[in-house]
Design a protein. Structure first.
Length: 386
């Protein structure tokens, strides 16, 4: 009987895009099971590849633009227009303007990185005639609550002396007032929808600074500094704008950009897979599959909190399908994923090596890991038939 394999991975952050991971897995599957029918569905979750993925899925168009990067230097970025009927919809990802990949490893400091370029992307989309803007939040290198985004769109964040705040989350501790008088008036006539991780909140024990700050370069002391600054930010928003963003679902997305977009740009936040499903139509492919292979750069205790492997597994459970997950690293508490629809998970790493070496050889490592997994499945099929 022909085995129908659906390959639906995320990208491996700073290493491989989702389509590259899918292609690498497909090569490994074909080596071990050349008779298998393979379908690839690279998954986008709001991070890197979100724009290009949705543009490709809808037959839209991509537009290049230069914006201010997260460390203040110009970077080449892009936004797109979806090729669908209805309101002229622009799509953009914050990672293309303020992603972690754009912050050199040796100078990573989330107290100073800015989302200013995200505001510039929004402005560029409106300049190009967008009636609706769809924003993907993920893979950020920032922790400024969307302050830079707001500043790029004409809002002024002021301290007690009326001075404009500098870039970065650190300065939010000095925030006293948000001057909305210069806010781009077009924001009132453009609907903004944000695809974000619904589990991420702005402040508190599971606030964005505490959960994601360390992977952006924050020390324990810096994490607490950022947490305190975001708490001040949320307090000003509550007092002045009448919106409680401290623990709102999705508010912590991309270093608090979700909260900033909602409070200052009038955006509507959504669980990212509700947005993605509309365009990728995953269920139609699951109905035809016998096995699902997913993957991400790392699998750990946080994976069930809105990460792609767990979301793919949740959908696959509706069809009684086994799910295998491949990852660059297997982190603390990864076993919890076995209770969320993932039947088995494995690292692509074959032996001791540096992170740089693993990232450099990622395509081959993914292919070989997929081949090994499929050969094991082949053994199981033989035993079942015996």
């Amino acid at each position: 009987m022909t085995l129908n394999v659906l390959i639906a991975p995320s990208g491996f952050k700073e290493s491989l895009a989702a389509e590259d991971v899918a292609a690498s897995i497909a090569r490994g599957v074909a080596r071990a099971a050349p008779e298998a029918q393979i379908r690839c569905l690279p998954m986008v979750d709001g991070g890197e590849g979100f724009t290009k993925g949705l543009v490709a899925a809808t037959g839209g168009s991509l537009h290049e633009v230069e914006v201010t990067g997260p460390v203040g230097q110009p970077v080449q970025s892009h936004f797109g227009f979806l090729g669908e009927s209805g309101p002229r919809t622009a799509v953009l990802e914050m990672a293309a303007a303020a992603g972690l990949r754009l912050v050199p490893t040796e100078i990573r400091d989330p107290t100073v990185t800015t989302t200013f370029g995200v505001g510039e992307l929004i402005r560029a989309a409106m300049d190009a005639g967008a009636e609706r803007i769809l924003i993907g939040c993920g893979d950020s290198g920032t922790n400024d609550g969307g302050a830079g985004m707001a500043q790029a769109l004409g809002m002024r964040l002021l301290d007690r002396k009326g001075r404009e705040l500098g870039p970065g989350g650190r300065h939010l501790r000095d925030l006293h007032r948000i001057d909305m008088s210069g806010r781009d008036p077009r924001l009132d006539h453009v609907r903004i929808d944000v695809a974000c991780n619904w589990h991420n909140v702005l402040c508190g024990p599971k606030g964005v600074a505490r959960v994601f700050g360390p992977q952006k370069g924050a020390s324990p002391e810096t994490v607490e500094e950022l947490e305190a600054a975001l708490d001040v930010f949320a307090g000003v928003i509550a007092k002045q704008l009448g919106k409680d963003v401290r623990t709102m679902a999705g508010g912590g997305a991309s270093g608090g950009l979700g909260a900033g977009l909602h409070a200052m740009a009038g955006a509507h936040l959504h669980p990212r897979f509700k947005i993605v499903d509309r365009y990728l139509k995953m269920d139609s492919l699951l109905r035809e599959a016998d096995l699902v292979i997913t993957g991400e750069g790392g699998i750990d205790y946080q994976t069930p909190r809105g990460k792609i492997p767990a979301e793919v597994a949740r959908r696959a459970q509706n069809y009684g399908l086994p799910v295998i997950a491949l990852a660059g690293t297997i982190g603390s508490g990864a076993e919890v994923n076995l209770g969320h629809g993932i039947a088995s998970y494995a690292s692509i790493v074959e032996g001791p090596c540096s992170l740089g070496e693993a990232m450099e050889d990622a395509e081959d490592l993914v292919t070989r890991a997929a081949e090994r997994m499929m050969r094991l499945i082949g053994v199981g099929r033989v035993l079942k038939a015996a």
